[in-house]
Ligand binder design. Structure first.
Ligand SMILES: N[C@@H](CCC(=O)N[C@@H](CS)C(=O)NCC(=O)O)C(=O)O
Length: 191
């Protein structure tokens, strides 16, 4: 059975949302930050970076949310959480999955911590990242039209931005966040 190393106060809630949308059967393995269980050898053997989430599926060992969500979307094709391999939307889907973690998330961190984002960093300001997402969303209900793992990765950032007291977003983004929060399995990231 899939094992998700989990703490409810962590990004592992994103993986939990994904697993629930997949209809997967899985076991939550609690990881206690207070006792630094995530830096103990037993956990470092699963994720040498000492961070949540981490996931084990038989012989498969994984860390990093984007990688885990990409893996799960392909493992559970009946959940239709990724465009098929031969779909022209596949490229945009992969780009958005990577964008969520390489650009949007660090930009959001800078914005919340009120840090400058110099152009020499590998990511942009949150203002730029937000407008990229808004453009990719367009008038569609979800980034790819239908709900996919990209909405879990990108939507979680906007859900958290709202939760952590970020500025009000445009009506289009606010409606997107409301739509995501209305999904029963989003409970994991709702806090
Ligand atoms: N890019 C990683 C980020 C993982 C991450 O930073 N996890 C945090 C929890 S939200 C963590 O484990 N922090 C504990 C630490 O670094 O000591 C992912 O998305 O999987």
């Amino acid at each position: 059975m899939i094992k998700l190393y989990f703490n409810p106060q962590s990004r592992a809630t994103i993986t939990k949302w994904m697993l629930d949308e997949c209809g997967a059967t899985y076991e939550l393995v609690p990881v206690d930050f207070a006792t630094r269980e995530h830096k103990a050898p037993a956990f470092l053997a699963v994720n040498p970076a000492g961070k949540l989430p981490a996931m084990v599926d038989g012989d498969v060992r994984m860390f990093e949310n984007a990688a885990i969500c990409l893996y799960l979307a392909d493992k559970f094709p009946d959940a239709h959480l990724a465009p098929p391999l031969d779909s022209p939307e596949r490229g945009r889907y992969l780009s958005l999955m990577v964008y969520s973690t390489s650009q949007l998330e660090p930009a959001m961190g800078d914005a919340l911590l009120k840090l400058e984002t110099p152009p020499s960093r590998g990511w942009t300001t949150f203002d730029v990242a937000r407008s990229v997402v808004e453009q990719e969303l367009g008038d569609k209900p979800y980034l790819l039209g239908e709900f996919t793992a990209a909405d879990i990765m990108i939507g979680s950032m906007f859900i958290w931005m709202r939760r952590f007291g970020g500025p009000k977003e445009s009506p289009r983004l606010e409606a997107y966040v409301d739509r995501l929060l209305a999904r029963p399995h989003a409970a994991a990231v709702r806090g």
